[in-house]
Design a protein around this ligand. Structure first.
Ligand SMILES: C[S@@+](CC[C@H](N)C(=O)[O-])C[C@H]1O[C@@H](n2cnc3c(N)ncnc32)[C@H](O)[C@@H]1O
Length: 243
């Protein structure tokens, strides 16, 4: 199973020391294609790319739609994205400094897309982040969320969650966090890690969230999860509509 997961991660994400100097991940060209195909954008759409980073998805998306607004909190990442955009002679992208929590965009759009970013929003801010997404969407608009999240029930599938926990934390948590918080607490193989353990041993910023938690917030905000493409039990693309 783990070998299969390695292949999935290798296919869809690449490890990078990002322009802002962090050990993180970027969407591979295969993932960018998958997100675009899943989204069914119209050529007349204006789309927000939230957490646009160094312009990976943003630049490819700009070929499919009228305009892309890349929103990103880190200036160094924006500068790199602008440089790459200019080098390619692309004129339909606007980059704005902002975040899920601090949404500066004044225009309402039909679609917001976000790739491997939402897990970086602190758990207590996730509701506010999604409320901001809703505010920026026209009625019937959609939020295309591609991210790592637990797509099964971690409480009823205890042993499966344990294997995902052991795998994911070793592969996706930055080395410095893994060495300091997780490795010292790694129990022998017979120990079954639970959802509560994930919270106990991992700094809040690195907690995984589950489909179930997301669904609760989406329901409260009167939005709807319309479609899910599972790329693995812990990674997928979701279409969330503003009803
Ligand atoms: C893993 S990178 C992904 C970049 C790009 N979306 C991609 O798929 O290649 C995550 C990006 O999200 C940004 N980010 C972090 N926290 C954020 C937040 N709360 N709201 C929006 N973006 C955030 C980071 O600065 C970084 O550029």
């Amino acid at each position: 199973m783990n070998k299969n997961w390695d292949e999935i991660l290798k296919k869809y994400v690449y490890k990078i020391n990002s322009p802002d100097g962090r050990d993180t991940f970027g969407s591979s060209s295969e993932l960018v294609r998958k997100i675009i195909d899943f989204s069914h954008f119209e050529p007349s759409d204006t789309v927000i790319d939230m957490g646009s980073g160094w312009g990976n998805l943003t630049i490819n998306l700009s070929e499919e739609v009228l305009k892309v607004i890349g929103i990103e909190p880190n200036k160094k990442n924006i500068d790199e994205a602008k440089k790459r955009t200019e080098e390619r002679g692309i004129y339909n992208i606007e980059y704005i400094k902002g975040s899920f929590e601090d949404f500066k965009c004044k225009t309402k759009v039909n679609a917001i897309v976000s790739s491997i970013t939402f897990h970086q929003v602190n758990p207590e801010n996730k509701r506010k982040a999604l409320a901001n997404v809703k505010k920026a969407l026209n009625e019937g608009g959609r939020f295309i969320l591609c991210d790592t999240l637990i797509l099964f029930n971690p409480f009823s599938e205890l042993e499966f969650f344990n294997s995902v926990y052991r795998y994911l934390l070793s592969r996706t948590t930055p080395d410095s966090i893994y060495e300091k918080y997780i490795k010292p607490n790694m129990e022998e193989d017979s120990y079954i890690y639970s959802w509560e353990d994930m919270k106990k041993y991992t700094p809040e910023k690195f907690w995984y969230y589950s489909l179930n938690e997301l669904e609760t917030i989406v329901d409260e905000l009167e939005m709807k999860i319309e479609e899910i493409e599972k790329l693995s039990p812990f990674f997928g693309i979701l279409k969330i509509t503003n009803r």
